[in-house]
Design a protein around this ligand. Structure first.
Ligand SMILES: Cc1cc2nc3c(=O)[nH]c(=O)nc-3n(C[C@H](O)[C@H](O)[C@H](O)COP(=O)(O)OP(=O)(O)OC[C@H]3O[C@@H](n4cnc5c(N)ncnc54)[C@H](O)[C@@H]3O)c2cc1C
Length: 552
């Protein structure tokens, strides 16, 4: 942890050097001593210190300086460091100014120059003030901080990106943190472009794109080799399992993930039916463990890159990424899973990130402490979400089209029934959302009677199913009308393989209509849409890839 700062400011170089010398002599062991020759210079340094989240314990400032007086400097500096102790260095003639400053800025002390001997006239005063400061100071957060306003879609997606990539950060809420707001307001972009990411070294990124941020925080965003045995598309359970098995069996493997490893499972607050975890495991934890395991076996994990298309260049396959780069390989495992279906109702799309969320939005849940939130959907993910929010929210209302929760596992239905602050609206849909800058109300429509009523609502979490994410192979492999990828015997039509299948052998169980391109997990037609099933398919595919590699 960096030492707190004592900051001395005086425009006369000899005086400034003398103050610095005396401060170092007595305080150096516990404090970092900084100095500046003018109020303007000092303010610049104070802003940088604030940006890097350093602590300032005390300002020792000459009152009579050209351009900016000591009091004027303190007025500005205290906006950023309201708790710092403040001492003016004055001449006899300045005592009036010092007394005014006591009233104006709560000046702690003024010291008459010269302060010789410091043992009597400087150190006891500062020791007392610093002891007082220390008793109330909280150690500053030493990691990445994200400054923004709570109800902002951009802040939400950035926080979600960091938390899903397991990067710890501190949220700085500019709606309530006045010193931080002062700091951001005084930067070149001011409050016009948020969020701002502040790093411990004092550097910042304003509204960074996911890939820029990923690079800055040390995630790998580019593949290291020109050629791989296997490229895995997607870092959900199927892709991670594929990467673990492929890499552990000696195949040069790279996994490309557009967002954060863990996939849909990574957004689950608790997975209770995955083998080997009798009291459940959070999706985040499972993702972290699997990602570490894949890396440990030597798989590369490239983050914040979308696979935009896959081509064949026989006998090789070419995987094209969103930055335009291409990965050549022998085999591809498409494990791109599903993405949530959007709720088509007036007002909803405008409020995403500011009260309306798709999925569990775990990073936002605490914001809705003691509020009334609504969950749409009757599946297990909605049930888990409702249980999770019930720990924070005053009331959770589940809205379903059906007459009861018949699409949900019984263990979750039982839990929901036992939870006092969860209630259920059956045969109902959300037909509109309203709000100005943030969600305030939703319209609920009874699907039998058509009766609509508007209700106040603090947050709406939507879990209304998903669609496969397989656009990157749309023109390459056989898919069904919804976009699920057909594999193995599911490719047979009237006993015939599709025309694109030209090999004498039959496709492997999870092989698509293009040899060497495999699909596993939720994106595959006929898969069970469960974590364990996706893990099983992802790992089983690797043995098929081994067999395929013997043929090329
Ligand atoms: C909230 C929630 C709770 C759930 N709870 C449970 C549970 O308790 N038990 C259970 O068994 N199942 C549960 N499920 C279902 C389970 O999570 C899924 O079946 C499982 O995650 C599917 O794994 P997958 O790897 O096939 O796909 P996904 O998990 O969907 O992962 C696919 C990955 O591919 C990435 N991707 C997609 N397209 C591209 C591209 N073009 N380029 C790069 N990357 C791409 C995505 O970003 C994603 O990370 C839950 C699902 C949700 C949403």
């Amino acid at each position: 942890m960096a030492k707190p700062v004592i900051f001395a400011i005086d425009d006369e170089p000899e005086v400034l050097n003398a103050v610095e010398r005396d401060l170092r002599h007595h305080f150096q062991a516990e404090y970092r001593i900084m100095k500046a020759g003018s109020g303007a210079q000092a303010l610049e340094a104070v802003r940088l210190l604030k940006q890097s989240n350093a602590s300032i314990a005390l300002f020792l400032v000459d009152e009579r300086m050209p351009g900016m007086t000591g009091t004027q400097f303190l007025i500005e500096a205290l906006k950023l460091y309201p708790d710092a102790r403040r001492v003016l260095l004055t001449a006899y003639a300045d005592t009036e100014a010092a007394i005014t400053a006591i009233n104006q800025i709560g000046l702690d002390q003024y010291l008459l120059k010269p302060w010789e001997p410091p043992e009597q006239r400087l150190y006891p005063v500062l020791d007392d003030l610093l002891g007082d400061w220390m008793a109330h100071a909280r150690p500053p957060y030493d990691g990445i901080r994200v400054a923004g306003t709570t109800l902002s879609a951009a802040s939400y997606s950035l926080k979600d990106f960091l938390s899903r990539n397991l990067v710890p950060y501190q949220w700085v809420d500019l709606d309530v943190d006045t010193p931080a707001r002062e700091l951001i307001a005084s930067s070149p972009d001011g409050m016009s472009r948020l969020p701002v990411v502040m790093f411990p070294d004092g550097t910042t990124m304003v509204q960074p794109a996911a890939r820029e941020l990923a690079e800055r925080i040390g995630l790998q965003t580019r593949a290291q080799r020109p050629f791989y045995d296997v490229v895995v598309v997607g870092g959900g359970p199927a892709g991670l399992a594929g990467a673990v098995y492929a890499a552990s069996e000696g195949l040069h493997t790279v996994l490309v993930e557009r967002d954060a490893t863990g996939g849909q499972a990574g957004t689950s607050s608790k997975i209770e039916n995955y083998l080997g975890f009798p009291s459940g495991i959070s999706g985040e934890d499972l993702a972290r463990r699997a990602t570490t395991q894949a890396r440990r076996f030597g798989a590369e994990i490239v983050s914040a890159q979308d696979v935009t298309c896959i081509r064949r260049n026989d006998p090789y396959r070419v995987v094209v990424l969103s930055d335009g780069s291409e990965l050549n390989c022998k085999a591809v495992l498409v494990a791109s899973g599903m993405e949530v279906r959007r709720l088509e109702a007036p007002g909803v799309s405008e409020l995403v990130g500011v009260g309306v969320y798709y999925g569990a939005a775990l990073s936002e849940a605490v914001m809705y402490r003691d509020k009334h939130v609504y969950v749409i959907g009757g599946g297990n993910s909605a049930g888990q979400g409702a249980m999770f929010f019930s720990r924070f929210a005053r009331q959770v209302t589940i809205v379903v089209r059906t007459a009861k929760l018949d699409a949900m596992s019984q263990y979750l239905v039982d839990r929901i029934n036992d939870t006092k602050n969860i209630d259920l609206r059956t045969r109902t849909v959300v037909s509109a959302a309203r709000g100005d800058g943030k969600l305030t109300a939703i319209t609920l429509t009874d699907i039998e009677t058509g009766t609509a009523s508007e209700e106040a609502c603090d947050a709406l979490f939507i879990f209304i199913g998903s669609a496969p994410r397989t656009q990157m192979v749309a023109d390459l492999v056989e898919r069904d009308a919804q976009g699920f990828i057909l594999t193995g015997r599911d490719l047979l039509v009237d006993g015939h393989w599709p025309r694109s299948w030209t090999l004498a052998r039959d496709p492997f169980l999870f092989e698509t209509s293009v040899p060497g391109i495999f699909a596993a997990g939720d994106a595959r037609w006929g898969s069970s849409k469960r974590v364990a099933a996706a893990v099983g398919e992802g790992s089983a595919t690797i043995s098929m890839i081994h067999q395929y590699l013997q043929t090329v």
